[in-house]
Design a protein around this ligand. Sequence first.
Ligand code: F6P
Length: 501
Amino acid sequence: MTKPTQQAAWADLQKLYEKNRNVTLAALFAQEPARTQRMTLNACGLSADFSRSAITPDVMDNLLALAKAQGVEAMREKMFVGEKINATEKRAVLHTALRTSSDASIVVEGSDIMPAIRALQAKMEKFTVAVRDGSWLGATGQKITDVVNIGIGGSDLGPRFVVSALRAQATGPRVHFVANVDPFDLLSVVEKLNPATTLFIVVSKTFTTQETLLNATSARSWLVSALGEAAVARHFVAVSTNQQAVEFFGIKADAMFAMWDWVGGRYSLWSAVGLSIALAVGWPAFRELLAGAAAMDAHFRTAPLAANMPVLFGLVGLWNRNFCGAEAEAVLPYSERLRELPRFLQQLNMESNGKSVTRSGEAVDYQTGPVIFGECGSVGQHSFHQWLHQGTGRVVAEFIGVRHDDMNRPDHASVLHAHMMAQVEALKSGRESADPARTNAGNKPSTVLWLDRLDPHHLGALLALYEHKVFVQGVLWDINSFDQFGVELGKALASEILKKG
Ligand code: F6P
């Protein structure tokens, strides 16, 4: 049930939208040439420029009033201290605890979870170091050269993205990912591998996900047919909350890395789900990833709402979605190493905020999470950007650039950055022409994010920014961002279809 203060905040924003609906981005920039400087926020090595949305200072004031009225601050604190804000599943939401450097206790179900987190991290570190330095050997005494992460959804997309994003820093075994139950996925990976030097990580929070278990069973057969049953202990580890199912599969408890129900799958790359990341880039770099996210957590938890990057990011998104009618957000990284980001953000946003009932179970009468799609911008601009510029859909373009890419190729960097800023400008200002087919209407919203560098620390901060943006929007829409019951029906029907044969 919405409170009168919340209803008033929504109504005020609607009135402002009606009043300002013909105000264009061009007019806003003409009135205030320093608009970009005023509306750019820097935090944790990231900068976020929110100037290219049709947001006047009074709209921003009212958006901030909405955040207050919807209780963003109180809910944020409840998340950090471990209250069960995932009410439908009666669970705390504590991915932030996985990356904090503080050992201050966080109590869930009457016990402090920090000692268990530190014990898990110690086990991950020991294992990572052993595989990388060759003290963990395969069954025939050979060093591990290839790691295969078998998982799907949150047990795949987060580590897949980070391993891909940090591939310039990779110093460990090659890491591969298998998610699809289409056998081509597994077979096309293993056909190039030597069983004697391959390690499989079976990642499944529940250890009941059919696709993952079938892929893991097939991978096990591939290994056993080459090296025999006894080899499994040196070539398979698991990450899960479900020890019984892991042991039933044939992986012993000491080769299992624990998970907890207070980590959502799509928020889990900071846990042992990130083991493949640590193996690829090493333990110190994995710690840096956690530290970057922890820095953004501290910013999110303490910065005033008006200077809080995830809060503003969420509010600007809500303005475009609920008042300006944007149906979609196009995620456009201008960085080849961030190519997997749109896929990761699809699950993070759409599984979290693809909801149509409020936290108290009533049907919403407003739009919730938008469609997320995207591609590397420099490639997408030769493909679907035409639709961004001249199509009839309403979309917010989200540009992500890397200021210093460490590639030592200024010729490429300057072209890449010029193209990115050209797209930003074209969407904002458009182009007039006597020929309607050549006219770009412009006045299309966009957000521009810059990372100072593409390293573990900045990447951690970027990912935490997105997690908290999704959180803020979930609170603004009064929905539970941490369950995903919509996907259960398809799983149940698939089982029935399989039973019928
Ligand atoms: O089907 C959706 C989902 O439950 C996601 O939320 C989750 O990330 C994925 O499946 C994988 O689940 P698990 O880690 O339990 O195999």
